[in-house]
Design a protein around this ligand. Structure first.
Ligand code: FES
Length: 103
């Protein structure tokens, strides 16, 4: 029987904003958009905070810049935006490791 490294269900998300850098812990399996909103951050501005698709990956209005340890895109729209250097759709990024985000 082989031994594997222990896994963690909680990861550190570092958020860089105009006011500084903040860190919080987020559980594996939730989206980056959910984690940000649960901890007082938002990928949206005042308008897109109201008019968005609710995290379904359709509107393209939850873009963030993942500046460190970005996971590879898994969905077409996220992949297209990422490939164009336009950021990532936070509702299509599932947290499974530590990462740093710029809002
Ligand atoms: S909230 Fe609409 S694409 Fe992410």
């Amino acid at each position: 029987m082989s031994k594997t490294a222990p896994t963690t269900d909680v990861h550190t998300i570092t958020v860089q904003t105009e006011t500084g850098q903040h860190e919080f812990e987020a559980k594996s399996g939730i989206t980056l958009r959910q984690a940000l909103r649960r901890h007082g951050h938002s990928p949206h501005n005042a308008v897109t905070n109201i008019a968005n698709c609710g995290g379904r990956g359709h509107c393209g209005l939850c873009v963030v810049e993942i500046v460190k340890d970005a996971p590879p895109p898994t969905q077409a729209l996220d992949s297209t935006l990422s490939g164009m250097g336009m950021g990532r759709l936070s509702c299509l990024v599932t947290i499974d490791h530590d990462m740093t985000v710029r809002l």
